[in-house]
Design a protein around this ligand. Structure first.
Ligand SMILES: [Zn+2]
Length: 311
């Protein structure tokens, strides 16, 4: 058999390939958006996963409340899931825990359907203009006006009046410059966004205003809000309790203290790792350099407030 006949045979095989109808359906379904999985949280609350960042949903016939809306590519699948749950997809309120794309991708759809979108003012400002992504060396486009948060705040803690108290407030520089928590106090369910990271390596968007000192303070604040029964929902990974939050806080504080010490010795991120920055921590990091590099960068904006001998 020469080369030409092999090619002909191969082509013939492709042209002759026809899928039975059931196989075509299976193929079409696999290439459509995967449906977000439903994870029980507590009475009247579920978490949707697999749509970018985690989505916390309060289901209620009077209207659904969401904390984060997932990535834009998953919006249709999220809307379909919401229609299947109590409240039938009528979303009255959407919180943005911060401005990353995995959290705000649903803003346009929910904004158009006239949900109130609540966020930190820095999140609104970020989404209303093109902003530079240092990591990827490109600009992320501003979202259309309908996708912008409609209720924003700068500092402190807020309460949303209603049949159930919903408290929310600023987590200053925990991961970006616009992080918030959302606490359903009556149900004892706390959405922490990316200020905690029980599964993945913690991420600090240093170019977007996050730093390790902010993360320590934020986790301490979350500890004060919670008790042993609180269900805590992160942007990524499983629902955790106060014990896991405490463990993460302890680790973050150790890292903060060690890093400050090593920074005073003039060390780079790699120097810090070589000097044992991560030694005997309660967990291991998949990419220790990436975390250390970002955390190290984050200190630079705070040198003047750390100590006079840090140059
Ligand atoms: Zn994020």
């Amino acid at each position: 058999m020469n080369r030409r006949s092999i090619l002909k045979g191969a082509l013939g095989g492709v042209v002759g390939l026809t899928l039975p109808p059931f196989a075509r359906d299976a193929f079409a379904q696999a290439s459509a958006q995967a449906s977000p999985a439903i994870v029980p949280v507590s009475d009247g609350f579920v978490m949707l996963t697999g749509a970018g960042g985690n989505i916390l949903l309060r289901t209620a016939s009077a209207g659904q409340v969401l904390v984060d809306g997932g990535a834009a590519a998953s919006t249709d699948a999220v809307l379909k899931r919401l229609r299947e749950l109590p409240g039938a997809g009528r979303v009255t309120t959407l919180f943005n825990t911060h401005w990353h794309q995995d959290q705000v991708g649903g803003n346009l759809a929910f904004g158009r359907s006239e949900a109130t979108i609540i966020a930190h003012e820095k999140t609104r400002a970020r989404l209303a203009t093109d902003y530079y992504l240092q990591d990827e060396d490109r600009y992320e486009k501003a979202l259309p006006a309908a996708a912008h948060p409609t209720v924003t705040f700068f500092t402190g803690d807020q309460t949303l009046a209603g049949d159930e108290r919903i408290e929310y407030g600023h987590l200053l520089e925990a991961h970006t410059d616009g992080d918030i928590y959302v606490f359903f106090r009556d149900a004892n369910v706390l959405a922490a966004g990316d200020a905690i990271s029980p599964l993945k390596d913690p991420t600090l968007d240093w170019f977007g205003g996050g730093w390790l000192g902010g993360r320590v303070d934020a986790q301490e604040k979350l500890l004060k809000l919670s008790n042993a029964q609180t269900r805590i929902v992160p942007s990524y990974g499983p629902i955790v309790g106060r014990a896991e939050l405490q463990a993460e806080f302890d680790m973050t504080r150790v890292l903060f203290d060690r890093m400050l010490d090593l920074l005073r010795k003039g060390m780079s991120a790699q120097d810090m790792l070589d000097a044992g920055l991560m030694k005997d921590l309660s967990r291991t990091f998949r990419d220790p350099f990436r975390f250390t590099y970002d955390a190290h960068k984050g200190y630079w904006a705070h040198h003047n407030s750390l100590a006079p001998d840090v140059l």
